[in-house]
Design a binder for this molecule. Structure first.
Ligand code: PMP
Length: 316
């Protein structure tokens, strides 16, 4: 039997789960086992490939997409790359709007993947990018707007796939899952999917300390890309959360740096935040002998222009 994939959509998911032995030893005080789900192994380099694919498949089955349609989404983040990849794989156009502060690298990569990038004034924030998509939809023929913060295919991707993978890879031993919250799709899907197998599984939400809405705080600026959108999205079920851990930019970055060296794993800033929160859980006496799964959404290369590398550029 041949073992090749027929196209890039076929290699979404099935990411590795790996024990963080050295990192946990060096961080000291752990009484639990910490495993990391490495979502940077997806084709565009983040967990968003799963969501982009699920949203596209569901839109196709509802007749919202046909060959030649244009996918439009406001996003300066990982969802843009994921949509560009899935659009290329399935023969759609892709037009992304984003504030003009987006890095040159990101823009060039999106364009190479065939996406059209439309920049909006940074002063207007994401609102400017959202308004641009709404405007485009009146001019472009056959557009489809996936809306990752509202689309229930987002949590469904994680409930049907990521949760099942973690359940199988951990042989049902998983006790606690630590998840950063952006759209909340990962948290909602994993909580629903894993608790269907084992209702006692505990769900720990991670959010930026300076934008800690789940902890009762107010929206504020932070540097943990992908987390803390500043509002409670439709794709997040707050009732599924057992504990919330706010993490500072500095804690996220320092932990990502320590983990990269300890394990030889290139991880992004939100993964650093999740790793820091996972260590807080791993040190609790009540979690002795438990298995903690930390979700790492993306890899370090995406963040070369950010605080993750500031010290090496001599800017700190
Ligand atoms: N980290 C990164 C780097 C991300 O891109 C995202 C998704 N925006 C998240 C964490 C959070 O995932 P979710 O949207 O499922 O809450």
């Amino acid at each position: 039997m041949v073992q090749w994939a027929s196209n890039v959509a076929d290699i979404v998911g099935h990411t590795p789960l790996i024990e963080l032995k050295h990192f946990v030893e060096q961080a000291e005080g752990s009484v639990a086992t910490v495993l990391a789900k490495l979502e940077m192994f997806n084709p565009s380099g983040s967990s968003k490939d799963r969501v982009a694919l699920q949203m596209v498949i569901e839109a196709e089955s509802q007749g919202l997409l046909r060959v030649g349609s244009t996918i439009t989404e406001p996003t300066s983040g990982n969802m843009g790359l994921a949509l560009a990849v899935i659009a290329a794989a399935r023969g759609y156009h892709c037009t992304l709007t984003m504030p003009d502060t987006v890095s040159l690298e990101r823009r060039l990569l999106l364009q190479r993947l065939g996406a059209q990038v439309i920049l909006t004034p940074a002063a207007q924030g994401m609102r400017g990018a959202i308004n641009k998509v709404i405007e485009l939809r009146t001019t472009l023929p056959h557009t489809w707007y996936p809306q990752q913060f509202y689309n229930q295919a987002n949590p469904r991707a994680h409930r049907e796939h990521t949760a099942e993978e973690i359940w199988e890879q951990s042989a049902g031993l998983v006790d606690i899952v630590v998840i950063g919250v952006g759209t909340g799709g990962t948290l909602t899907g994993l909580a629903e999917g894993l608790r269907a197998h084992k209702p006692s599984i505990e769900i720990v939400a991670v959010e930026p300390a300076t934008c800690a809405l789940l902890s009762g705080g107010r929206p504020g600026p932070h540097r943990i890309e992908g987390l803390g959108s500043g509002f409670i999205p439709d794709t997040l079920r707050v009732d599924l959360i057992d504990r919330i851990i706010p993490v500072s930019d500095q804690q996220a970055v320092e932990t990502a740096i320590a983990l990269m060296k300890a394990e030889g794993l290139s991880i992004g800033i939100s993964s650093g935040a999740v790793a820091w929160a996972s260590m807080q859980e791993a040190r609790k006496e009540q979690n002795r002998g438990k298995v903690i799964v930390a979700i790492f959404p993306s890899g370090a290369e995406r963040y070369l222009q950010t605080i993750l590398f500031d010290d090496l550029r001599g800017r700190s």
